[in-house]
Design a binder for this molecule. Sequence first.
Ligand code: SF4
Length: 289
Amino acid sequence: MKIIIGKTAGFCYGVERAVKGAKAELNNKDKKIYCLGEIVHNREVIKDLENRGIEVIEDISQVKEKNSKTIIRAHGIPKEIYDKCEESKIEYVDYTCPKVLNIHKIAEEYSKKGYYIILVGASKHPENIGTISYCGKYYSIIEQVEDCQKAIEDVKKSKKDKCLVIAQTTYHLGKFAQIEKILKENLSEGIDLKIKNTICQATQIRQEETEDIAKKVQYMIIIGGKNSSNTKKLYEIASKNCKNTICIETKDEINLDDLKNIESVGIMAGASTPQESIDEVQELISSNI
Ligand code: SF4
């Protein structure tokens, strides 16, 4: 059986940086280490960090220990949380991915210049909750192509003559292109429309590679956390191009019987999937063919 593993499978730069940073913080034995939210959307990674002593908290008010440091994860946090940390003198270390910080900067800059902001992405995703805090009063979220019309009406109602469009770093490339087209067709007249494709390049390359591999194989395995949005998108892309596609968190979810008459398998993993999970899947398949 031929096995193709995506070159871009696994930790992206931002996740690698945050996870390495979190582990390094644990060297400081005198301080309690908190992590505000799950550092990445992957249970295996979280379990490992918790076993090493990190306490994951959901709210900054849960920081009880004075002699402590709080890790800000790669997805970033809303502006108000930074303010709370300063007010309550909570020591923190910021591992927000620089690409996410750049989106915050763009949103804040354009909001101050009077632009209406359209953010393309999932409204409840932590990254976007952070970004929204930099968008000011005038903004809309487009989660899916169907939401375009409502956003277009909202921009028109606001009477703003400037509009900026940005995207969640892990948004689906193809859908963003569709949304961009609709917005250009409907918001160009009398409005200074600026579109910045802020989808992370690592995401773009990974999505392209997923499509490419899925087209070549009979069976496709996507590895990643069930709550990882970039993993879900890889699954969507792979399913469209390979009818036998599964999405798993660990090797235990693979049913080897499904691979009996299969001659080629593709393996791809989301940005929060550790290398060990990818290796385990590969080993399981290789040792059973
Ligand atoms: S996907 Fe891109 S933006 Fe998101 S953490 Fe990774 S490198 Fe940063």
